[in-house]
Design a protein around this ligand. Structure first.
Ligand SMILES: C[S@@+](CC[C@H](N)C(=O)[O-])C[C@H]1O[C@@H](n2cnc3c(N)ncnc32)[C@H](O)[C@@H]1O
Length: 282
């Protein structure tokens, strides 16, 4: 599949016709371009979210789908869990292993539980790259009765000045991109993400063996200097595959916008889990 063809739900996703995010495999598996930068710059998950998932799971065995460099996995380890990661990008998996996370290299759809049982299946900002129906069915097979499925996503809202400048330069530099970065100007990222959360919940319902899905939301904020945000930006799905000159143009546009509002800003985050517990037979 070409990298950029037609429209796709963006990140933040939109309920647009066309392929679903998980069908864009080249973007889905592009995060290992620079695992060190990814791990250094991507935000951790709220401790309250980790604690709530741990408390609502019947034991400590956690499967972390799309574990990437191990961001969420290490937080669950610190909370007393044993964690197995599943990650299709060998570069990300290699980084996670070096930090002490056990990882098997596979897409979750193709991964084989081989009879192993888990108390929780989590995914940190990764379930949008997984087929929501096949993924929930696979999670149901890997979970013991009472086990919890809990994919969660960071939703973030940059200041409008930064969104506008970024969208403008992105449209100029990558006119054929399926990512619509200006969608945040017309509706809130949380509204845009709600379509994704609904699809995740529908996938969980389709498995036929979970309780009714709930959403758990944790609001927080973090301030970024210009340099801190520009350091993280190349890890975003819309930018991982840009040629260096195009990426430099995009970063320059975003940097100028941050300079114009004083050189730093506060990012509003909501981290949202869609979660249910396994009831019947998988
Ligand atoms: C945005 S990163 C999130 C990584 C990590 N969980 C974190 O919180 O930082 C998404 C990850 O999902 C992985 N991924 C993509 N498609 C996947 C699939 N079908 N099954 C499992 N993981 C997948 C990517 O390789 C990438 O490492």
């Amino acid at each position: 599949m070409p990298i950029y063809s037609g429209r796709m739900p963006t990140v933040p996703p939109e309920p647009a016709p066309g392929p679903e995010p998980h069908q864009y495999r080249q973007i889905a598996e592009s995060f290992g371009t620079d695992p060190e930068r990814y791990d250094r710059t991507r935000p951790r998950y709220p401790d309250a979210l980790v604690d709530r998932i741990v408390a609502a799971s019947p034991g400590p065995r956690v499967l972390d789908v799309g574990c990437g460099t191990g961001t969420a996995a290490r937080q669950f380890q610190a909370a007393g869990c044993t964690v197995l990661g599943v990650e299709p990008d060998a570069r990300m998996a290699g980084f996670a292993r070096r930090t002490g996370v056990e990882v098997e290299v596979a897409t979750f759809e193709a991964w084989d539980a081989a009879g192993r049982e888990f108390d929780a299946v989590i995914a940190g900002t990764a379930w949008h790259w997984v087929d929501p129906v096949a993924g929930a069915a696979r999670a149901a097979q890997a979970l013991r009765p009472g086990g919890r499925i809990a994919p969660f996503h960071h939703v973030f809202q940059s200041p409008p000045e930064v969104v506008e400048a970024l969208a403008q330069v992105y449209r100029r530099v990558v006119p054929d991109s399926p990512f619509n970065l200006s969608s945040q100007l017309t509706r809130s990222p949380l509204d845009a993400y709600q379509a994704l959360f609904t699809k995740i919940a529908d996938g969980i319902r389709a498995a036929g063996t979970f309780s009714e899905p709930e959403q758990w939301r944790f609001d927080w904020e973090r301030s970024y200097t210009r340099d801190e945000w520009l350091d993280q930006m190349p890890t975003l799905g819309a930018l991982t595959q840009l040629a260096p000159d195009k990426l430099a143009d995009v970063l320059e546009g975003a940097g100028a916008a941050i300079d114009a509002i004083g050189g730093s800003f506060t990012m509003q985050y909501a981290t949202v889990a869609v979660t249910a517990s396994r009831t019947g037979d998988a």
